[in-house]
Design a protein around this ligand. Structure first.
Ligand code: HEM
Length: 151
């Protein structure tokens, strides 16, 4: 096992947790909790997303550390175009996550705390749209990484 293999292992582990978690939240949990009343549904989302977002922070730290370690082995200038594409879309994904964390995620927690379900539903809707966007971008990034695609 080389250093590169270890970095690749941590990188793919982080990708699995982040993109897999979004696929589960968006594709499985979201349609299933539609039957619950807003009070229960939004409180459940706060409990679920609070745990998931902690995992995403860890995944981001691992992705950045392992990704830049692998990039530095060859140097940014000599890295294949697909790696540049992955770095770009990966950084956009991180920016979108930050926009959720500092925006609607904060509003959702406050709304649930004061039992303002209408405001909570608006915040949750924004989170859902941005997670769908990041899920799609995650798939594009995996395609760039594995199929060698660059735009
Ligand atoms: C944000 C900064 C990122 C950097 C600097 C980065 C950099 C790298 C590098 C240098 C490799 C090694 C490629 C190889 O050995 O062939 C790699 C592999 C990979 N990356 Fe990233 N990456 C980043 C983010 C992401 C994200 C967000 C995803 C997916 C959502 C992703 C998915 C992958 C996958 C699936 C591989 C394995 C490719 C393979 O071995 O064929 N990366 N990354």
């Amino acid at each position: 096992m080389t250093f590169h293999h270890l970095m690749l292992f941590l990188h793919v582990l982080a990708v699995t947790a982040w993109v897999g978690g979004m696929a589960f939240a968006w594709g499985c949990l979201r349609p299933a909790v539609g039957v619950l009343a807003p009070a229960q549904r939004l409180a459940l989302w706060v409990a679920v997303l609070g745990r998931f977002f902690l995992l995403v922070w860890i995944a981001i730290a691992l992705l950045l550390l392992s990704g830049s370690a692998m990039l530095m082995e060859v140097g940014f200038a000599r890295a294949p175009a697909a790696w540049h594409a992955m770095t770009f879309t990966g950084l956009v994904m991180i920016a979108v996550f930050l926009s959720i964390w500092f925006g609607p995620w904060r509003s959702l927690r406050q709304a649930v705390h004061v039992e303002d379900w209408a405001r909570g539903a608006i915040a949750m809707n924004r989170i859902r749209q941005r997670v769908a966007f990041n899920l799609a971008l995650g798939v594009v990034t995996i395609a760039a990484a594995t199929l060698g695609l660059a735009f």
